[in-house]
Design a protein around this ligand. Sequence first.
Ligand SMILES: Cc1ncc(COP(=O)(O)O)c(C=O)c1O
Length: 383
Amino acid sequence: MNTISISRRQFARLLGAGAAVAAVRPALSLAVTPPTTPVTPPAAGATVVRLSSNENPYGPSTKALKSMTDAFGIACRYPDAQAEALVEALAKLNGVSGDQILLGDGSSEILKLCAVTFTGAMTNEKPAGRGNLVAADPTFEAILAYAKVRGAETVKVPLNASFGHDLAKMGAAAKEGLVYICNPNNPTASITPKNELRDFIEKTPRETMILVDEAYFHYADSADYESVIPLIKDHPNLLVARTFSKIFGMAGLRCGYCVAQKETIERMRPHQMWDSVNVMALVAAKSNLEDPDQLANGRRWNSEARSFVIGELDKMGHKQIPSQANFIMFDLKRPVVPVIKALKERNVQVGRLFPALPNHMRLTIGKKAEMEAFLAAFRQVMA
Ligand SMILES: Cc1ncc(COP(=O)(O)O)c(C=O)c1O
């Protein structure tokens, strides 16, 4: 039977996947807010298993939740004092001064500001300090879209055989402008080794800006991985983006930040909207930083659920790219799009198509019960 084309009703009669999705419901209702994005067609009373956006299903720390409740009384005020307090905490955490931190409405705003500030159309009148955007393929695509809106040329350089960034080719393709390095990389969950990245940063001319997106920094534990924030002091063309959307569980609250030299931040700031981060996100982010359990639990729970699903996929013969993040990418050995669709019909959402790897699926690591629900539906679809 072609399980991809079976109807919802037929599917409901099948044992296994249906039962597994139902089994995940109580766990979800305890700590996960039901997703607001409806799946088509939504089954009455069905719960969506959302493994599509690399979110942390456990959410922010209880301290962060409390500080948001406490902040209701200041919701009528502009968030200057809370922004200042978070900047101060982030500066201390990263060993830099406050004027080297720029907060963003999620790290998406930082990516956009980088595209706006450092990329632009390659004409004779090209404003100084702007040029093309060079990014890997596949990578997190948002910045490519932002640079295109600027009229900038965008260059995609395929990842190398180990799914790291091909830094030599990326450097050669750069025309001033901006090189975007996502490390660990979304969607492959792979890393670019620290020595290669350090070397690239050393060699790159100062006219070319380098943005290292460390959204998944906290999940990476390879000896070959490191943050490049300590290199910023010697490199005016280096920027690092971080987010509270991943291990800090605040994707819906929207808070991220950039670390760079003061002069670099000053080039970006005029392009930013005033007060772009709201007071709830600011107080939650600060409390999250102060709760040591948030990182330890996030890493442990991710690693346990990831090992579980990897073990099951191994048994099914689906080889994964070694993961240093809260998601995995694995080879389906068939086009991913119909499988994404068939899973969605079973209320399981997984990552979108990444055209450079059309037979690979990106799967976010959720709670164990969610991974069980995924596996049950996946087995049905692949049978
Ligand atoms: C690598 C990477 N960077 C940035 C973002 C944007 O995250 P946010 O705007 O929520 O901080 C994402 C979101 O998935 C991502 O994967």
